[in-house]
Ligand binder design. Sequence first.
Ligand SMILES: CC(=O)N[C@H]1[C@@H](OP(=O)(O)OP(=O)(O)OC[C@H]2O[C@@H](n3ccc(=O)[nH]c3=O)[C@H](O)[C@@H]2O)O[C@H](CO)[C@@H](O)[C@@H]1O[C@H](C)C(=O)N[C@@H](C)C(=O)N[C@H](CCC(=O)O)C(=O)O
Ligand SMILES: Nc1ncnc2c1ncn2[C@@H]1O[C@H](COP(=O)(O)OP(=O)(O)OP(=O)(O)O)[C@@H](O)[C@H]1O
Ligand SMILES: N[C@H](CCC[C@H](N)C(=O)O)C(=O)O
Ligand SMILES: [Mg+2]
Length: 497
Amino acid sequence: MFLQTLIASLLHKHVLGAPEAVEIRSITSNSKEVTAGSLFVAIVGNTVDGHTFLPEVCDKGAVAVLVERACEDLPNHVVQIVVPSTRKAVAIVASVFYRQPSKEMKVIGVTGTNGKTTTTHLIEKVLSDCGFTTGLIGTIHMRIGQEVIDVANTTPEALELQKTFRTMCDRNTTYCIMEVSSHALELYRVAGTHFRTAIFTNLTQDHLDFHGTMEQYRNAKGKFFSRLGNTYEDSTEKQSFAVINRDDPHAEFFLAQTVAPTITYGIDQPSDVRALDVHITAEGVFFRLETFAGSAAVQLRLTGKFSVYNALAAIAACLIESIPLPAILHSLEQVDNVPGRFEKVEEGQPFTVIVDYSHTPDSLENALKTIQEFAKGKIWTVVGCGGDRDRSKRPIMAKIAATYSDTAILTSDNPRTEDPDRILDDMEAGLQEIPNLNYFRLADRKQAIRYAIEHADPSDCILIAGKGHETYQIIGKTKYHFDDREIARSVIRGMGQ
Ligand SMILES: CC(=O)N[C@H]1[C@@H](OP(=O)(O)OP(=O)(O)OC[C@H]2O[C@@H](n3ccc(=O)[nH]c3=O)[C@H](O)[C@@H]2O)O[C@H](CO)[C@@H](O)[C@@H]1O[C@H](C)C(=O)N[C@@H](C)C(=O)N[C@H](CCC(=O)O)C(=O)O
Ligand SMILES: Nc1ncnc2c1ncn2[C@@H]1O[C@H](COP(=O)(O)OP(=O)(O)OP(=O)(O)O)[C@@H](O)[C@H]1O
Ligand SMILES: N[C@H](CCC[C@H](N)C(=O)O)C(=O)O
Ligand SMILES: [Mg+2]
């Protein structure tokens, strides 16, 4: 594609050199991937400044560079395009390079602190059951039809995202359902993406290391809905919609962000898609559903009030696509669990073991409140907090774990480059001056899981929180194989011998 075409839609740019005859064969922001005919995008990162690689990429054959500041020493034939934000510009350029794939499909995006993975899986289940070819992008993996692809981030960087969209289109995908993280919104990963529907699940504390304050975190998520108005189109098929959780304390803020038609969902507040008479058991939830497309009694195998919210969001998104309500409910009622989300480990043991990806204060509290609804015996919680992530959530999570459990075992999550004991110190700080809490520290996560299982009585319930589907533990910069479910299973099996 000609450079001129690629950069035409960049509003604020200063071009040094002659772009007219320059043909771009590939685009990358990684100097290691530059080949002859590449456009290199220099991104100022947290650890490295991409501009430092400019001489190197020219030697490797880059014919143009997208930069935030011009570089004097580059060969004359290399065109420099100077823009205020290369992250934002690359998202737009990537969309043009891959021929605007998000306009050829219907992309449904889910944002919110908790529930993104679950909600995307529920929507994907309904739409694929209806016979549509679907794609999925999120924390656990990306899936294009039956092909499963590993991911580094919940929402990929713009170049990878647009390339994935293109592959999806080339395989006749009708719907792409994706998680849109706040990092992605702040770092423009989804700029240049046309969304059919934007869903808001909830907003509670997380990622303050990155966003600084709750207000900035909320504003990052708000951008998803304010930008939705920019892609508004006339025909119903192309129109964009917002789906908002009316019960969330920030609902008004999110409703005010968008000009797109909006469907609300909720339990407590009057809303377009509403659950009433919610009944929670260990096996699942029952509720009465009222929507603009009809009413029904619903029984899900997923449990917890939070699962009702995720199901309501999924129902709203599918109603927008004119899927009949009975078909939506038929699919949702079959879902046993999403991997690592309230996943039970069942090896015939007389107590309950649940592995859950609750790594935020709100999700941990929800998981434990749900367990309290049905637990007959004592509650054990094995929980840690990730290293190189929001420190301020650590004492809060420890307090929640110890308050709602009979015994809390504070352990490691992914310590990354931090000292596990320092992370535990941060957690333990939340427990000072609270009397009668029963907790202890055991930094080795495997030993912590073993301890809980070996000491549980019949009818007790053990929650292993924070890592869910993860099949690794990151210590330093190394990823070791580690799976909470596998460990729990092997300890239980060992006890029977
Ligand atoms: C804060 C953040 O999002 N960081 C992402 C960011 O890293 P960075 O800006 O620090 O990049 P950097 O390493 O300094 O490099 C800067 C530039 O130099 C380039 N470079 C670097 C080295 C080299 O030799 N040559 C070269 O060209 C890099 O390709 C990059 O373009 O860009 C990287 C490359 O795309 C990402 O991998 C990295 O995500 C890291 C792994 C990360 O942990 N991100 C998490 C926090 C994240 O994004 N999480 C969200 C939300 C999860 C949730 O909702 O819970 C997610 O969507 O996953
Ligand atoms: N709607 C919800 N409200 C609150 N908590 C939820 C909700 N849905 C799920 N949870 C809890 O949050 C945990 C994570 O759920 P899920 O993976 O669906 O969220 P996510 O938003 O994708 O998280 P991440 O930001 O890590 O990708 C679950 O294991 C569960 O404990
Ligand atoms: N997407 C989240 C996942 C956290 C999962 C938890 N196990 C941890 O490693 O902190 C993050 O990167 O902050
Ligand atoms: Mg997720």
